[in-house]
Design a protein around this ligand. Structure first.
Ligand code: HDE
Length: 701
């Protein structure tokens, strides 16, 4: 196109440097102003003494603009720096009044506004999404009795038992302080040094080395409150509770080699996925599940219910589903909402209470501190995303950036001023009251002996996995420990793995070239109890049973078979699957009926790791062209190695051959599409998400 034919934006003029100045010469266009409201005439040239002269200090507009820019950043979160949030609501589906007097659990059908922030833990704000890490799952519920924050993770247990160990744990997990790497990963000496010296971490380390730590999407992962909390009924009686968020989309993770490649192809894979799903109206939903139990259960349970390195198997205490969380609105502004949202575990409402879990108690101190530092003062609760949506009144005043300023004379109580000047008063009837738990004992720095079994549940987790998942765990341990440079640390970790499972320990040792295993570690409690497997702990046993909400990549070219393409797209659409076209170029590609195809990805920018399954529909001529493109071969070879379902038309066969997926390699996960009718069967097959039997064949080591 001739440059002069590309239109300029309307209402613009060209400046002395050839730059475009857009102007507010129309009544509908707002005039650019300073923060003080002073209209600005020129936003692109500083005030100078002559065109070649020095900038003038009196240029208040320049000064204000740069000053504000210089202050744009706030400290990133010390952990969970990289996160992504969305708005939604919680709807109660089953009343909990039998055990809890919180308003949010009283009225079936009532909707409570919610904001959720998902996050990785170790990486900086600008790190990649699909790293091996725990995911934060923090929910702020704006209830009628105040904000209630359930600040949870996608893993139901934690690495440590006492909050005093948290700074050391986080230091060890994040980049090493001298060299400032590695970023966003635990595959380094310091992390494994710390956890191998802290046997209590063994259970959580097993979760972190499982596919739970590389979720396919925030939408496909569970959330857990982790700690034991209390529900309090109208009579003041307490019931213990563990909170679970169960995704209605089913569980799904990626495989490790895929994760490595996704991070290169799309570091924003998870946030883009959430943004796209919500904007497409495919709102993710989770059921809120509660595990309820009493002192009698707590006493007979072989572990301490206050120990956050333990879970309570669903087989022992079934989950009661009481409501659903729906995310249906993306943020208007990332900084204002997702960055400034301040979760605090101590944000709790009447009817819910803490327990003596030493991790939870420590967290209750930490979050308030961190928000004050991060958001610059005590008035972070005035920021709209943090402010309650119910009425609130108190005598707190002043401080940086105070936005809600009390009117009138009384800023203390008791006072004898009449209402309304006298202000708010405490309310013993509706106000928050703590459960009057009796406590005794000497002041001591001591871990309860009941916290001492570090291996039984780690083993239970391992034996609950399918063989495919067990292999992934073994491979993850090998990968991480292979990056550890100090042999003694690797050996020390093996001493713990021997207590989890002998085959696991041997497999990891093999991968690390260690022939003689060290003795098993001796824990504070010598005997490991053999527990039965729990299906709820496996991802593959809790898949969606459908391909809904997933993404299909379709390779097309000039002359693609229009009938086959539309049959695949239609079948996908029927199932609620998103499709994306990948081609030798974007734009200007027509199918065999001459219709222009909306190709979104060029083959070298849209690798198969971005999709849950792929279909190859190039024409014969397109196939010949793509045979000369190395990234086309990678596309297929990766989809094959990552055990994905691959659909293909006859004309794509040369591409499969070239990628090492010749006729003899083609298993039941590689599906030929000859006619339009084959498309629904292919989409149905994809409900299994991956063709796992292939994996063993493609990974010899
Ligand atoms: Fe956190 N954690 N944490 N944590 N945590 C923070 O608060 C802390 C723990 C969790 O999206 C910080 O605002 C201590 C367990 C999530 O904004 C900080 C201990 C669980 C988020 C903090 C823990 C979590 C945080 C850093 C040990 C799962 C992100 C920035 C006792 C149940 C929330 C911030 C968001 C964030 C402290 C352990 C979950 C420093 C001291 C266990 C999801 O306050």
């Amino acid at each position: 196109m001739n440059a002069s034919a590309i239109p300029h934006p309307p209402h613009s003029r060209t400046g002395t440097g050839g730059e475009t100045h857009q102007t507010a010469d129309d009544a509908d266009i707002p005039t650019l102003t300073t923060q003080q409201g002073t209209p600005v005439a020129d936003d692109q040239n500083t005030l100078r003494q002559g065109a070649d002269g020095p900038a003038l200090m009196e240029d208040f507009h320049f000064r204000e603009k740069i000053f504000h820019f210089d202050h744009e950043r706030i400290p990133e979160r010390v952990v969970h720096a990289r996160g992504y949030g969305a708005h939604g609501y919680f709807e109660l589906t089953d009343s909990l009044v039998d055990v809890c007097h919180a308003d949010i659990f009283g009225n079936v059908g009532e909707k409570t506004p919610a904001f959720v922030r998902f996050s990785t833990v170790a990486g900086a704000k600008g790190s990649s999404d699909v790293v091996r890490d725990v995911r934060g799952f923090a929910v702020k519920l704006y209830t009628k009795q105040g904000n209630w924050d359930i600040v949870g993770n996608n893993i139901p247990v934690f690495f440590i038992q006492d909050a005093i160990k948290f700074p050391d744990f986080v230091h060890a997990a994040k980049e090493e302080p001298d060299r400032a790497f590695p970023q966003a990963q635990t595959a380094h000496d310091n992390f494994w040094d710390f956890v191998s010296l802290s046997p209590e971490a063994t259970h959580m380390v097993c979760w972190a080395m499982s596919d739970r730590a590389i979720p396919r999407s925030f939408r496909f992962m569970e959330g857990f409150g982790v700690h034991t909390f209390r529900l309090i009924d109208a009579q003041g009686r307490s019931t213990y509770v563990k909170f679970h968020w169960k995704p209605r989309q089913g569980l799904q993770s990626v495989v490790w080699n895929e994760a490595l490649k996704i991070n290169g192809a799309d570091p924003d894979f998870h946030r883009r996925d959430l943004w796209n799903a919500i904007n497409a109206g495919d709102y993710p939903e989770w059921d809120l599940g509660v595990q309820l139990f009493d002192d009698e259960f707590a006493d007979r349970f072989p572990f301490d219910i206050l120990d956050a390195t333990k879970l309570i198997p669903e087989e022992l205490v079934p989950i009661r589903r009481v409501g659903r969380l729906v995310l249906n609105r993306v943020v208007d502004n990332f900084f204002a909402e997702t960055e400034q949202v301040a979760f605090c575990t101590q944000n709790i409402v009447p009817g819910i209470d803490f327990t003596n879990d030493p991790l939870l108690q420590g967290r209750n101190f930490s979050y308030l501190d961190t928000q004050t530092k991060r958001l610059g003062g005590p008035n972070f609760t005035h920021i709209p995303i943090n402010a309650p949506k119910c009425p609130f009144h108190n005598f707190q005043q002043d401080g940086h950036m105070a936005m809600h300023n009390p009117k009138g004379r009384a800023n203390y109580e008791p006072n004898s001023w009449p209402q309304p000047q006298g202000g708010p008063r405490e309310n013993p009837r509706t106000g928050y009251s703590s459960f009057p738990q009796e406590q005794s004992g000497a002041k001591t720095r001591e871990r309860s002996a009941a916290f001492g079994d570090h291996y039984s549940q780690a083993r239970q987790f391992y034996i609950s996995q399918t063989p495919v998942e067990q292999t992934h765990m073994k491979d993850a341990f090998v990968f991480e420990l292979s990056k550890v440079e100090t042999p003694a640390i690797r050996m020390r970790m093996l001493t713990h793995l021997r207590n989890v499972d002998e085959t696991l320990a041997r497999g990891v040792a093999d991968g690390l070239g260690i022939t003689t295993l060290p003795d098993a570690a001796v824990g504070p409690l010598p005997v490991r109890t053999d527990l039965p497997p729990s299906d709820a702990l496996s991802i593959l046993k809790n898949g969606p049973g459908s391909f809904r909400g997933r993404k299909l990549g379709i390779v097309v070219s000039e002359g693609t078979d229009a009938a086959l393409l539309s049959a695949v797209q239609e079948a996908a659409h029927q199932e609620g699957v998103e499709t994306e076209l990948v081609g030798p170029r974007i734009g200007n590609i027509s199918d065999d009926r001459g219709k222009i195809l909306p190709v979104m990805q060029k083959i070298n920018g849209g690798p198969s790791v971005l999709y849950d399954a792929v279909v190859l529909l190039p024409s014969a001529q397109g196939s010949t062209l793509l045979l000369g493109e190395a990234t086309m071969r990678d596309f297929i070879a990766d989809a094959f190695a990552h055990a994905k379902f691959i659909g293909f038309s006859a004309s794509a066969e040369p591409l499969l051959d070239a990628a090492g997926v010749g006729a003899s390699e083609r298993d039941d996960g590689i599906i030929r599409l000859t006619k339009a009718k084959d498309a629904p069967a292919f989409i149905n097959a994809c409900a299994a998400l991956r063709f796992w039997p292939r994996e063993k064949r493609v990974h010899a080591v």
